[in-house]
Write a protein of this length. Structure first.
Length: 713
């Protein structure tokens, strides 16, 4: 019997030895201890589970919620997994507490808190997985201390049957944390739950959360409970503002003041009733129709019609000017080559190519409109050039423009039919080349924002779907208009040079703007994803060049055709996997530039409020690394000696917002002033509550005049 018991004990001990994880040691930092934990002490294929970062601040110290309130910063994380096919979801926060500090109110956690992230996997073939997280946080009491740590955790991979028997050491902690997450209102106990938004006579706004309890007992609970609404983003709701309770016989109204009325599409946050948090997600369908344009137009239907006509005009003019912006130059070379190639064609043939090119731009803009509307319906706020906030998309553009440059240089000829350049093409292929050139023109245009265009986009993206589509369609027509007119101009075919041998040299020369664009995109990617992202993008380019090289040899018989095609498929999938694995660096996820810009300080609304209260002049530059117009202004205007001296004045505060990887607070701040694209330049003169919106193309003289200083040298 004893031998049997010893054998059972040995088996049980061996089992727990096999499933025992390599625990991440707690990291002690000033005033806080941080630890990486797992809900289960093993993992299996096809299952998901939570991992979490346990923050244990010292007594009296606290960390912050996703919206920190009047001050502070939420924790930031960057996850890495082995194998890389595993996915870690976004950081999930339990219901926060109000943390008053003098006249300010912050949102966070006064004691120990576990922040969770969902870990998911498909097929796992190895014996164990590794999870690494780089975390940054801010822990505060009377003072604030930033901290960071790298935490690691290894979990054994077990079978599905063994996984069912695994008991996590911290399972109770995870269950308690999940119970503290905000819930959806129980519609049986509260059959009515709605949110209204209105404008008061004094110009302020007011949100009212209306709750109707099922019976007197539930009503009594609401009457006696402490209630507070935590907004997830800046909706103009001051964290320190007094929220009020209004009771009637059958319902409770929770009143949340908005400092100044401004329409919003959606309100998201947590309504905390007692110790229980409830999710609040309310979409205001009519809110967009009340959006004021920068010029302060009315919201009556007649006013909306006149505003729409003006914005359509702005969109068309902005599209026209966009043709002159440097971001269009690389694809402009392809358009020029296309016209040269068509020099010997009939007038009608050139006109058809102009129409197909225009159609390529229109379809691309309609796709952009659809994506913007889909994300907006999901509660996200996006702006012009939003796709360039993704390092994966930027890396894809690096690959695309590099291969296009190699194609024009003559390194390979496979892409000639697609690009619509080179020798005589069939009608079908030529049209396809014109259409694709239109698509590339749209892609190249997204890093730029032209005068008039920003106002039109800011207006459109706060309106209904048909207005968004209308404005983007007119913008597309403005972009295509010069090429379209040139295609229909009767004398166009006569003034163009005839095709000849010189085209090969000219074609190779036109590859240099494409290579220059690829280099610029690499610099953007280095800020977004670091050196590792650059290496991955260049590796994907090399692999795809290998695919193209193999494609050019499919007619040779030294290697079986099936082997070549199989290798091409494998290499293509490998390049796609490399591109999809590129992730933002830790600094860019935090939405802050790594290096400061001299006198310029990173944008923060508290800094803005403080400077305005001191009656200082504040200039704000909302910029992005991928915005060509932004970089031109920074180089030619803000680096001007007289402008730099003016910005260093004690009476001037210069703030810059980095929108390279997207930042929800900056997006909402821009939308407040009717802008949805960069660059955005705002000037608050001598503490004025409302800014002057400066043009998107600046000059030193203009900036100095607005700042009240003499002319530039």
């Amino acid at each position: 019997m004893q031998k049997i018991l010893r054998s059972i004990g040995a088996v049980v001990g061996l089992y727990f030895l096999l499933v025992s994880p390599t625990l991440a040691a707690p990291v002690s930092a000033p005033h806080i201890t941080v630890e990486l934990l797992s809900e289960k002490e093993a993992i299996t294929s096809g299952e998901s589970q939570y991992v979490g970062i346990l923050f244990k601040p010292e007594a009296g110290w606290h960390i912050y919620w996703k919206n920190p309130g009047d001050s502070g910063l939420p924790p930031r994380t960057e996850w890495e997994t082995k194998p890389r096919s595993m996915r870690v979801g976004p950081l999930e926060f339990p219901t926060p507490d109000r943390i008053p500090y003098g006249p300010l109110v912050n949102f966070g956690y006064n004691g120990e808190v576990l922040l969770l992230a969902k870990l998911s996997s498909e097929t796992l073939t190895q014996d164990q997985v590794e999870i690494t997280v780089k975390s940054k946080w801010l822990v505060c009491k009377d003072e604030c201390v930033p901290g960071k740590a790298t935490l690691e955790l290894k979990l054994p991979v077990v079978s599905a049957d063994a996984y069912k028997k695994v008991v996590g050491t911290h399972e109770a902690l995870f269950k308690n944390t999940i119970r503290e997450f905000p819930k959806t209102f129980d519609l049986k106990k509260y059959p009515q739950f709605r949110v209204t938004h209105s404008k008061k006579e004094n110009g302020a706004g007011e949100f009212v959360i209306n709750v109707v309890p099922e019976n007197a007992a539930e009503k009594k609970k609401l009457e006696s409970a402490q209630i507070f609404f935590f907004p997830e983003a800046d909706y103009g709701i001051a964290p320190s503002a007094t929220q009020a309770k209004r009771l009637s016989r059958e319902q409770l109204d929770w009143i949340i003041p908005q400092k100044e009325y401004r329409p919003i599409d959606q309100l998201k946050g947590i309504l905390k009733v007692g110790s229980r948090g409830y999710d609040v997600i309310e979409t205001f369908k009519a809110g967009a129709l009340n959006a004021a344009v920068a010029s302060g137009t009315t919201t009556t239907p007649q006013g909306l019609d006149s505003s729409l006509a003006l914005m359509l005009l702005f969109a068309f003019v902005g599209g026209l000017i966009l043709n002159l912006m440097p971001c269009i130059l690389p694809v402009l070379s392809i358009k020029v080559m296309e016209l040269v190639r068509q020099g010997g064609d009939s007038k009608k043939e050139i006109q058809k190519h102009g129409v197909v090119f225009t159609l390529g731009i229109l379809v691309s803009f309609w796709v952009l409109a659809a994506v913007l509307l889909i994300f907006r319906a999901g509660g996200s706020q996006l702006g012009w050039g939003f796709q360039l906030q993704s390092p994966v998309f930027v890396a894809c553009l690096v690959v695309l423009f590099s291969l296009m440059g190699l194609n024009l240089m003559g390194a390979f000829e496979v892409g000639t039919r697609i690009m619509g350049v080179g020798g005589k093409l069939t009608t079908h292929r030529g049209y396809r080349g014109s259409f694709f050139t239109g698509v590339l023109t749209t892609i190249a245009a997204t890093p730029c924002s032209a005068p008039f265009m920003g106002t039109a986009l800011g207006f459109a993206l706060s309106q209904s779907a048909w207005i968004v589509v209308s404005v983007l369609t007119v913008l597309a027509l403005g972009l295509a208009f010069p090429f379209l007119v040139f295609s229909f101009y009767p004398g166009a075919s006569r003034i163009l040079p005839r095709p000849g041998q010189w085209m090969e040299t000219f074609r190779q020369f036109l590859s240099f703007p494409l290579f220059a664009t690829a280099i610029w995109l690499v610099s953007v990617l280095s800020h977004q994803a670091g050196s590792e992202g650059v290496v991955e993008a260049l590796s994907a380019t090399l692999v795809l060049y290998g695919v193209i090289w193999l494609w050019g040899k499919t007619n040779e018989r030294q290697v079986p055709k099936m082997a070549k095609w199989s290798l091409m498929v494998v290499l293509t999938l490998l390049s796609v996997q490399i591109l999809l694995s590129i992730r933002p660096s830790m600094e860019m996820r935090a939405g802050q530039a790594v290096a400061t810009r001299g006198v310029w300080q990173p944008f923060d609304e508290l800094k803005l409020k403080s400077a305005l209260a001191a009656k200082k002049t504040v200039i704000i530059d909302i910029t992005a690394d991928w915005c060509v117009t932004c970089k031109v202004n920074e180089s030619l205007v803000f680096e001007n000696l007289k402008v730099k001296e003016a910005l260093e004045s004690d009476s001037v505060v210069a703030l810059f917002g980095d929108w390279t990887n997207g930042d929800q607070k900056i997006t909402e701040f821009m939308a407040r002033y009717g802008r949805n694209s960069v660059p955005v330049y705002l000037l608050f003169k001598n503490g004025a509550s409302e800014p002057e919106i400066l043009p998107q193309i600046l000059t030193p003289k203009l900036v100095l005049e607005k700042l009240g200083v003499g002319e530039a040298k």
